[in-house]
Design a binder for this molecule. Structure first.
Ligand SMILES: [Mg+2]
Length: 245
């Protein structure tokens, strides 16, 4: 008898390493990679020498073959960004997110033209109007879409469509969503192949997860979609009860 079992959709999220000393960040990175994490997102932005030391320490600790995605959170100026990214050319950096302040669209274009590493907009892109301006300028290689800043799924689809038409790939990022928001994001990723990078690890920022169901998120970055109705996540009844005034 033939038996058909639907295969569940699986995504691979990076795990994020918060800004700290090079030694501590390298130790965390090594633990993640030993646990099976396939890509790391690394926060930088306190200064040239410290940032270079962070990346060198992490690469030394995890070895080759694990892509690193940097996030400078608007911390650099143009000269610093070009200087640091040039110095990191050999460190297998997949992309650098928001090297410059959010308003500096032309600066992003100039950094992109000189950087050996791809450039991503995060704080510079909230909606489709930002996406259109960035794409028209040729300012970035990636858009970071977050449902909490893009007017939800409707706005995210517009940004992705502009990116796809302009040859710009997208990342699905997060703003400390619980599993409810992450589950919605994971479904969006599966519907949009142009969203090729996945930064969905915000549930690990919570001391206590307020939701149940939804995606199954493992510490190794594996995100397995639920086949429940909708995106499958709901607010935990225990958490609701506890949170009542
Ligand atoms: Mg960011």
């Amino acid at each position: 008898m033939l038996c058909s079992v639907a295969r569940k959709q699986v995504l691979y999220s990076n795990r994020t390493i918060g800004i700290d000393s090079p030694d501590k960040m390298a130790k965390t990175a090594k633990q993640h990679v030993e646990n099976g994490v396939k890509a790391l997102k690394v926060k930088v932005g306190t200064g040239r020498n410290e940032d270079l030391a962070r990346i060198r320490a992490i690469r030394e600790a995890v070895g080759s073959g694990v892509p690193m995605r940097l996030d400078a959170n608007q911390a650099w100026d143009e000269i610093t960004a070009i200087n640091i990214l040039t110095a990191l050319a050999e460190y297998e950096i997949e992309v650098c997110e928001q090297p410059l302040p959010y308003w500096n669209f032309e600066g992003l274009k100039r950094v992109r033209e000189r950087s050996p590493i791809a450039i991503m907009a995060d704080e510079s892109i909230f909606d489709a109007h930002d996406a259109f301006r960035l794409a028209s300028l040729g300012a970035v290689d990636y858009f970071n879409i977050k449902l909490a800043k893009s007017a939800g799924i409707h706005g995210a689809l517009k940004i992705n469509a502009i990116g796809e038409a302009a040859g710009i790939k997208c990342m699905l990022g997060g703003m400390s969503e619980s599993l409810i928001g992450v589950s919605a994001g994971a479904h969006l990723v599966c519907a949009c192949p142009n969203i090729s990078l996945h930064d969905l690890d915000s549930p690990f920022h919570f001391a206590e997860e307020p939701s149940i169901g939804g995606v199954d998120f493992q510490p190794n970055g594996t995100v397995t979609l639920s086949d429940a109705h909708g995106h499958g996540a709901d607010v935990s009844p225990e958490w609701m009860e506890k949170s009542k005034r």
